[in-house]
Design a protein around this ligand. Structure first.
Ligand code: DGJ
Length: 750
């Protein structure tokens, strides 16, 4: 998979999905040469331009060679100072205050498998699944060593890269930038894709023509954020969901990040991705090493679905860990939208009884069970049960669930503290704050300083104490504000710029300790919904609450947006009450259910208040979901229609089981239209030579009426070859209501 040609000094990283090539030029410089479809061999048919470019400087050793300038050469690691004026990926300040440092190629090694990253989550692989290339660069004056790590996975369309920076000198250095990845493309004929949003409106797809100059997708919130996601893609303008070239980047990091593109004067494009340099600085003492987060890079020749499927496969195989890595997830009922803070033993017991009756599998007790938290003003940090609400304690609620054959889950928000809490009164210095400056509050709460070991220990002890009772099967780990005044009491002034990154490292240390100590617990991360839906959190917790918006129409967009990077198996998705609590919309129960069936399914409403007819419908949904769950959660996901293009009025998703035998197709239409066009839905990814039979069909609102609705469908029981279903497609029957949802289930002949 990885080779180095001594003669041409070319590194060629290749599998059956892509080739990635760079060379050592003049024995010193790492120049990027190719990334795209796999090549037999790289011989340099397109030579690097050797032109005398005005205002592009020469390094001193090449003063008389005016066609040689770092400003125009494609770099694997960009630095300012010697004449590359484009975005740098590494910035090092020397003790004399200058930031000009040479880094020359020094050697390489190729390893089987993939070493872990110190203190950071990363993709993992067995020895026979991947190869890793480590290329070393050194400062000729012995002050700095930099190692670029690239991993190629057999059969997976992803390439990872990270950077290790070591102070090999005798004086401290300051890192002002330490990006994980840098690449230069020879042209700029791209659309730029990113995921933007806000609280309860996460991950909408933005697709615009890549502009000249610098564009940035970033967070400076100390979290990967609702607002922008650590994802960027460059797609050819003609690239669609099912065809065309795309390059994409997903950062395994939960804090402030930056993903920049620069189209420079000669029309080439640079991408730099990693930690946000505007929110970072780091003192590197002699002998110390700094490890950057990892970027997962995809080249796909088969459209945006090809890109997403490469991310999904890699994240399922090489990122998720533990007992639930490749296991179906329980159907839950969560009491948050059912009761908010207003619950007690009796209410929880009633929910448990009803959940068991409906066939649900997990009862989750959300916020409000500890301290005297009857609203969001108080008690974060005091993780002792409120006996006024729960006379039998956590054990009592858990027993009520377990007795009925349900698992039991509990909410925590361990990184936070309320001003009104015993913890804050005892340790006011444990919060992030600037000395002699007012503090900013978010939801009345402050952020604990997770960069401090004693705070990490406190969190581990509090959560462990409850999990050690053995009655908690699931944890929802919430995080409901972003970092302000990110300074740490006791840290020296020159190290204060490290606090946000040290916070994230502290969080990872805490999560590693807790998740390893309780391997049977299913963890779901959350941040006011999907404010920290990133690959790093998924390394510790294999699912994330996708959004605080539970409206079906909004969720179709949020989940579709999330699917550009993350597989359905990682997305928490629940059926909630109507009128919806976030947007007031009234949608049919079936539409809410079919929308939520895309992810880790559950109910988040007061199920005890459902009418008998509605309960019947829920039982039917639950039974259907249990039947389809392996296909929906563990199969291959394909977007057929997205709410981001076309009429913005339709969404269609397709799931194919791991053995390719079962196919489920969901279609949603937001608003009904007069003179309605007939929607022809073309399926994708089928075997053109295989025969598929329509086994089940659920037209709009079927589950609330008769049983399977097959009678209304002319396709029922009919068999077609895959090629016809993909080329000719099927018709969606006429729609005469808003917010409708359809489902077809097909079976492939053995
Ligand atoms: C935000 C989460 O996203 C909600 O689901 C809920 O857990 C609340 N926090 C509780 O405060």
């Amino acid at each position: 998979m990885i080779s180095f040609d001594e003669q041409t000094q070319v590194f060629h990283l290749r599998n059956d999905r892509f080739s990635y090539v760079f060379e050592v030029a003049r024995g010193r410089y790492l120049l990027h040469r190719y990334w795209g479809r796999p090549l037999h061999a790289f011989r340099g048919s397109a030579e690097l331009p050797a032109l005398d470019r005005a205002f592009s400087p020469q390094p001193e050793d090449y003063e008389n060679e005016r066609t040689f300038s770092l400003d125009v050469l494609p770099q694997e690691l960009s630095m300012q100072g010697h004449g590359d004026f484009r975005i740098p990926s590494l910035g090092v300040v020397l003790p004399d205050g200058t930031d000009v440092i040479d880094l020359f190629y020094d050697g390489y090694r190729i390893l089987r498998g993939k070493p872990g990253l110190q203190g950071l989550p990363a993709l993992y692989a067995q020895e026979d699944e991947a190869e890793t290339l480590e290329v070393t660069l050194r400062d000729p004056r012995g002050r700095l060593k930099v190692v670029l790590s690239y991993t190629v996975f057999a059969g997976d369309g992803v390439l990872t890269r990270s950077v290790r920076i070591e102070n090999t000198g005798e004086a401290p250095l300051r890192l002002k930038q330490a990006a994980s990845f840098c690449v230069d493309f020879p042209d700029h004929a791209f659309d730029r894709l990113s995921l933007y949003g806000g609280h309860a409106a996460e991950r909408s797809l933005e697709r615009c023509r890549l502009l000249r100059g610098i564009e940035e997708t970033a967070s400076a919130r100390g979290a990967s954020s609702h607002q922008q996601s650590p994802f960027l893609a460059l797609a050819r303008p003609e690239t669609g969901e099912l065809a065309g070239e795309v390059y994409a980047f997903s950062l395994i990091y939960s804090g402030s990040f930056s993903m920049k593109t620069e189209v420079e004067q000669f029309g080439t494009t640079r991408v730099v991705a990693g930690l946000n340099p505007a929110d970072f600085s780091w003192q590197l003492q002699p002998g110390e090493v700094f490890q950057t987060p990892e970027v997962v890079c995809v080249y796909a020749a088969d459209g945006l679905n090809g890109m997403s499927q490469a991310f999904h496969a890699a994240y399922c195989k090489h990122l998720l860990r533990g007992k639930y890595r490749h296991a179906v997830r329980p159907i839950l009922v969560n009491n948050w939208e059912a009761t908010y803070f207003d619950f007690d033993d009796e209410k929880m017991d009633a929910l448990a009884a009803c959940a068991a009756d409906l066939g649900l599998e997990l009862l989750v007790l959300d916020d409000g069970w500890f301290g005297h938290r009857n609203d969001d003003n108080t008690s974060l940090g005091d993780w002792t049960v409120n006996r006024k609400k729960l006379k039998g304690g956590i054990e009592g609620v858990a027993a009520s669930a377990h007795r009925r054959g349900l698992k039991f889950g509990l909410w925590f928000e361990p990184e936070m503290v309320s001003k009104d809490s015993d913890l804050y009164r005892a340790h006011p210095d444990w919060v992030l704050r600037a000395p002699d400056a007012p503090m900013s509050f978010g939801r009345h709460q402050l952020v604990l300083d997770l960069s401090r070991p004693e705070v990490q220990d406190y969190i581990v002890a509090c959560v462990s104490k409850i999990l050690e009772t053995g009655v908690v099967d699931y944890v929802k780990w919430d995080f409901n504000r972003h970092l302000t005044e990110a300074f740490s009491a006791g840290r020296t002034p020159e190290r204060q710029g490290e606090t946000k990154h040290r916070y994230v490292l502290g969080l990872y240390a805490v999560l590693e300790r807790i998740t390893q100590a309780f391997p049977d617990v299913l963890f779901e991360s959350c941040s006011g919904g999907g404010g920290r839906f990133d690959a790093a959190m998924l390394y510790y917790m294999p699912q994330t609450w996708t959004s605080d918006d539970t409206d079906a129409v909004c969720r179709q967009a949020i989940q579709t947006g999330t699917s550009y990077v993350f597989p359905p198996l990682t997305m928490g998705a629940h059926v909630s009450v109507v009128p919806n609590h976030q947007v007031g919309r009234v949608t049919p129960m079936q539409t809410r259910a079919f929308t939520a069936m895309m992810g880790c399914y559950g109910y988040e409403l007061d199920i005890t208040q459902l009418s008998e007819e509605e309960k019947q419908e829920v039982r039917a949904q639950v039974a259907l979901y249990k039947r389809l769950r392996p296909t929906l959660q563990l199969g291959t996901f394909t977007r057929l229609l997205t709410p981001f293009d076309g009429t913005k009025n339709e969404t269609a998703w397709m799931f194919t089981s791991e053995d390719a035998r079962e196919v489920a197709v969901f279609y949603f239409k937001t608003l009904a239209e007069p003179a309605t066009p007939i929607r022809r839905l073309r399926l994708a990814g089928l075997d053109p030579d295989a025969r598929y039979t329509f086994r089940e069909y659920y037209p709009a609102q079927t589950l609330s009426h008769d049983s399977l609705g097959m009678a209304r469908q002319s396709l029922a029981g009919k068999t077609f070859y895959g090629d016809e279903l993909m080329q000719e497609g099927i018709n969606v029957e006429k729609i005469d209501a808003d917010f409708t949802a359809y489902l077809w289930v097909l079976e492939k002949e053995a």
